[in-house]
Design a protein around this ligand. Sequence first.
Ligand code: DGY
Length: 322
Amino acid sequence: MARPAVLITRRIPSSVVARLEERCAVEIYDGPDAIPASELSARVADKQALMCLLTDRVDRAVLDAGTGLRIVANIAVGFDNIDLAAARERGVIVTNTPEVLTEATADFTWGLILAVTRRIAEGERLLRRGEWGGWALDFMLGSDLRGKQLGVVGLGRIGRAVASRAGAFGMRVAFTTLDDEAAGGAPADKRWTRLSLDELLSSSDVVTLHVPLTPATRHLVDRRSLLRMRRRGYLVNTSRGPVVDEAALAWALREGLIAGAALDVYEQEPRVHPDLVGLENVVLAPHLGSATIETRTAMADLAARNVLAVLSGAAPLTPVVA
Ligand code: DGY
């Protein structure tokens, strides 16, 4: 009997490919950039499984082309790149990779919080330009975290992991949740205060975003919400770029309406709004939240295990659409 065919849209760790090859015929797109849409549709036509990345748009056209597809396994926890309704209509299972990237992403979020409040990236840029004149009492002063409030928007797995680290920095936690947020499981820590979004924005020293991208969260942070934030407040986004209106954020940073921002995600990756690039009070990271060897391997491995489960007739491990 022919082995089921799997398309992987980018190179993944060889150990994971080997696991798949034991039972499947594996084809890997090996181009230098993300697979072009036409190529994706052409290659998926004779496959039973697609393992893809958040940079691959799996829309109706791709799902129409993949007439034999049984599963789309996204190697990401976010799945806004996949047309879930179209997958559901065609009986295609969609899976993501929750849990395995939670800790790495939470650690990275704290890296960004420290980078922006202590001006680490800004200082490094200055030093590399040869502009450091030596130690001075009032040179490049940032803000303490101790005694301040961390405002967590979205209390899913990553939001909770970020909040649970706050005590190490002497911060108290406030959080807000949105109705359509992905269910994360455990309840909030009793020490954390639940607030409305507006209350959280106006009372937090650091606001950190951990919501999925949905129609309700697109531009959740816009001019109106930025105006509610504290002038000494910071905004951190490691969720999805379009949750923040970048033009509005650039305006708020330029006008000094907030003290700073740190972003790992952008509205039109890999493009970054040109107004942000020129500003010193924003840290700009290239979508690295889960980028550790261990975590990315675990993500690819979980996606592969989902593929193997579904192709063998078992239930997917981490379904988004079952
Ligand atoms: C995800 O998984 O959705 C992140 O954005 C990348 O790790």
